[in-house]
Design a binder for this molecule. Structure first.
Ligand code: IPE
Ligand code: IPE
Ligand code: MG
Length: 239
């Protein structure tokens, strides 16, 4: 039987710091190499037939890191956003942003808006970047907007469905991930897509993000193909 390619793959790109440390290099070197690898994996994902790729680049909790590391990450996001504008154009990628960009400096916010706006009619890979993203923050922001609609008489509480809530999340209009990959050994969600991952298959690998290759992505898809997906029901052959 042909293998099934997951339509939407979400990745927690973890282990940049540990990877760099293992090479005797500063953590920031790991972030730089991690950002480079992201560009490679985007192309690999599209080659494989993945339509949506969603990556976690900076969590609402990552502000707790040292001022030095946060500063270096912000600098990297500036450069990454600029090069992504070109990459999205060259590779026909449609980029969307998950998270709350209002905490970033004005220039980064402007460049992020340009990245999203300049790529919105592209028809290749749907690439979501989660920046200053946290699932609890996303749900809190959604609830505030829903509550305001109710207050203003535009929505009745009894009309609120799961679809209503999904449509207020940053991922509105994007199908839920089929496969979640977390690199570098940790087996937790760290506040990533908690609503959207309700029925997603999880795959954990020891490989740190900067060393993650197309072959690792293929391996994750092979494992995904061995899973028995049920969505709460029972398949005919298992009855
Ligand atoms: C992931 O790598 C990238 C970010 C969270 C920005 P880490 O920086 O978490 O690297 P480790 O997990 O400390 O090795
Ligand atoms: C999760 O990784 C966030 C990103 C990959 C951006 P962390 O490395 O920050 O998560 P914890 O702190 O180990 O849970
Ligand atoms: Mg980490």
């Amino acid at each position: 039987m042909d293998r099934i390619i997951p339509q939407h793959v979400a990745i927690i790109v973890d282990g940049n710091g540990r990877w760099a440390k293992s090479k005797g290099m500063p953590r920031n070197y790991g972030h730089i190499r991690g950002a480079k690898n992201l560009e490679v994996i985007c192309e690999d994902a599209w080659d494989i037939g993945i339509k949506y790729l969603t990556v976690y680049l900076f969590s609402t909790e990552n502000w707790k890191r040292s001022t030095e590391e946060v500063g270096a990450l912000m600098q990297l996001f500036h450069r990454y956003t600029k090069s992504s504008i070109k990459m999205a154009r060259d590779n026909n990628m449609k980029v969307r942003l998950l998270g709350d960009p209002s905490a970033f400096d004005q220039e980064l916010q402007r460049n992020l808006t340009e990245l999203v706006e300049s790529s919105k009619y592209n028809t290749g890979l749907n690439f979501q970047i989660a920046l200053n993203y946290g699932s609890r923050d996303e749900i809190t922001r959604a609830v505030r907007r829903i509550a305001a609609q109710c207050r203003d008489g535009l929505l009745r509480p009894e009309e609120i469905t799961e679809q209503t809530i999904a449509s207020y999340l940053d991922t509105a209009g994007i199908p839920d991930p089929d496969l979640l990959i977390r690199t570098s050994g940790e087996q937790r969600l760290s506040n990533y897509l908690m609503w959207q991952l309700a029925y997603t298959e999880f795959y954990f690998t020891q490989t740190p993000w900067p060393a993650f290759t197309k072959a690792d992505l293929e391996k994750a898809i092979d494992v995904y193909n061995q899973r028995d997906r049920r969505f709460g029901g029972v398949k005919k052959e298992d009855e």
